[in-house]
Design a protein around this ligand. Structure first.
Ligand SMILES: [Mg+2]
Length: 241
């Protein structure tokens, strides 16, 4: 069957027997910004930093909790940051789903990916316990092959270690995996891991930042991801509006 999708169609991908998808969490699957901003303000406010608007917290997110605290309280001592991290964890543990939701379009896209038996995994720089808790609460109706957040024994993205570990768990070669994310970190991770990076434009970073990071594939709605998979995994209902 010939599909008239022109140059947006990745010809090489059609030769790949199976594609797995690794998804970033914050800014990609879920809009976590408001709850993160509240936790940051709780963590650093008593030391005289902030308060920050959510829009100010947005560029601080994506490189792990330690970096988030360091960006919110740049002149704080290591000891103060340790206390702020403790406060963040205490607050966020009770408020991580106050306003956090999957972005529109994901339920249908995840249904379609599941229907097509595309192996799915989540890879986040968010602490592993919070990553798992959010995925458990927001994505329980879909079967994920693996979920991996920040762990002490694993370097953060853009180091490819986590992505490659997930790839191994999915039973796929890196070249068979799409790594989908909203930040330059995700694009860089994909490059270093030998995967195809897919940038999403609805997240915490701008389309320009993604392009500057070398993103060759950008999607503007979750359903467009289906068009980046081999033909056998595509579904007619997943076409972008
Ligand atoms: Mg992200």
């Amino acid at each position: 069957m010939i599909e008239p999708r022109g140059k947006t169609q990745p010809v090489a991908a059609d030769c790949v027997p199976a594609h797995g998808v690794i998804l970033d969490l914050d800014g990609t699957l879920a809009d976590t910004l408001e709850d993160l901003a509240a936790a940051v303000n709780f963590a650093v406010g008593s030391a005289g930093f902030g308060p920050f608007e959510a829009s100010q917290v947005r560029p601080m997110v994506g490189d792990g909790l330690a970096v988030l605290i360091a960006r919110a309280a740049p002149s704080a001592s290591d000891e103060d940051r340790a206390e702020m991290t403790r406060r963040f964890r205490a607050y966020y543990g009770n408020h991580f789903l106050d306003r956090t939701r999957l972005y529109p379009g994901w339920p249908d896209a995840l249904d379609a990916l599941t229907q097509r038996r595309v192996p799915l995994a989540v890879l986040s720089n968010k602490p592993d316990d919070f990553t798992r808790a959010i995925v458990d609460r927001l994505m329980s109706r879909w079967s994920l092959a693996a979920v991996l957040g920040q762990r002490p024994d694993l370097p953060l993205k853009p180091d490819p270690a986590g992505a490659l570990e997930l790839c191994s768990r999915l039973g796929l070669r890196p070249s068979e995996v799409l790594l989908v994310g909203d930040s330059p970190n995700d694009i860089e991770t994909a490059k270093r891991a030998g995967m195809r990076g897919v940038g999403v434009t609805w997240g915490f970073r701008s389309e320009k930042e993604l392009r500057d990071a070398g993103a060759e594939t950008l999607i503007h709605a979750p359903g467009e991801l289906l068009l980046r998979l081999p033909k056998r995994h595509r579904v007619e209902t997943a076409a972008p509006q």
